[in-house]
Design a protein around this ligand. Structure first.
Ligand code: ES4
Ligand code: ZN
Length: 325
């Protein structure tokens, strides 16, 4: 009874979306040609064929080098606008967009090029009837010093950035590594969140650290929280949301974690479903919800609750939030 049309039609917010993960093969080719970058492939089919990943490292090894086609401000703008144009058809009304400045500054692109391109898409998104905001993520497999430098680069652009997150490879890079910079971010009034990836060596320890030591306001992924009843109660009490990405999970750990997602949702944890890197996992937000419904028993009420949660745990001002709910 759950149709793709029903899922698509539901007004929703997307809260776990990496802008660099929206780079579709067609735009990749156009930008490679324009900027004279050799990406090793010359057709969409070749690019798609190269997308073979079965773990987070194997994904990231394809993901980061591809960003080289992004060279000038207009490229970043075009990337974000292409994503927003696509998700208009999924009835995304509001989106908080992750971006990774270090993936660009580390290859010689200035912070300003990145932020100005993306922010122009934020201001223009209203022309599509979508409201947007930016979440700047640190790459956790880079040093704490590099994160601190990136934070300094962001301060002149304080008004363009709503929140701070943490992504890339969690293995050996626990939340505590970035305690100092997240403390500064919090003091400066940024919202804060962190990736707590699926089935890490010490997932539950890292989740505990993110929640209790860093005091994050959301967990990105975070479904391993089911291993600790007290932490589940804690996020329920605090209204801390989880931004889950089932199709992405299917790629990187071969398990959508649908049981965990739906159990947590139905017991009142503010769970949401998001697309993570839609161009790479070939799944935009409604496709993720639909994939969940095809693999697990799901009702229309579950879909409504996911959509409500997406606005409820967003970082929209309360007045705006209630206009969507
Ligand atoms: C990511 Cl799937 C995933 N995990 C961690 N960091 C990421 N950045 C983009 N996609
Ligand atoms: Zn992610």
């Amino acid at each position: 009874t759950l149709t793709k049309e029903f899922i698509k039609g539901m007004p929703k917010a997307e809260l776990h979306l990496h802008l660099e993960g929206t780079l579709e093969p067609d735009l990749k080719l156009v930008l490679a040609e324009k900027n004279q970058i050799d990406i090793g492939q010359t057709t969409i089919a070749e690019i798609e064929k190269s997308y073979q990943f079965d773990s987070l490292p194997s994904f990231l090894n394809i993901y980061y080098p591809a960003m080289n086609v992004l060279q000038v401000e207009e490229d970043f703008y075009q990337l974000a606008m292409a994503y927003l144009t696509k998700v208009k058809a999924h009835n995304v009304r509001y989106a908080e967009l992750f971006f990774d400045p270090q993936a660009h500054t580390s290859r010689g692109i200035s912070f300003e090029t990145v932020i100005n391109g993306y922010y122009r898409a934020v201001t223009d998104s209203h022309t599509l009837g979508i409201e947007t905001a930016l979440i700047m993520c640190f790459l956790r497999d880079m040093s704490a010093e590099s994160a601190a430098e990136t934070f300094e680069q962001a301060l002149p652009h304080r008004d363009k950035i709503l929140g701070i997150g943490l992504d890339s490879d969690e293995h050996g890079n626990p939340p505590g590594k970035f305690k100092a910079v997240f403390k500064r971010a919090k003091e400066a009034g940024f919202h804060i969140t962190m990736h707590c990836d699926i089935d890490q060596e010490n997932s539950i320890g890292n989740i505990r650290e993110a929640l209790l030591d860093i005091q994050v306001e959301r967990l990105d992924h975070g479904t391993n929280i089911v291993e600790d009843r007290e932490l589940v109660e804690y996020v329920k009490e605090q209204g801390i949301g989880l931004t889950c990405c089932p199709v992405s999970n299917g790629f990187v750990v071969d398990d959508m974690k649908g049981k965990e997602i739906l159990d947590l949702l139905r017991e009142g944890v503010k769970v949401t479903v998001n697309s993570d890197d839609p161009a790479y996992f070939q799944s935009y937000i409604s496709d993720d919800i639909f994939a969940l419904s095809e693999n697990y028993d799901m009702t229309p009420a579950d879909v409504v609750l996911l959509a409500e949660n997406s606005f409820a745990i967003s970082w929209l001002p309360e007045a705006k939030k209630s206009s969507y709910l």
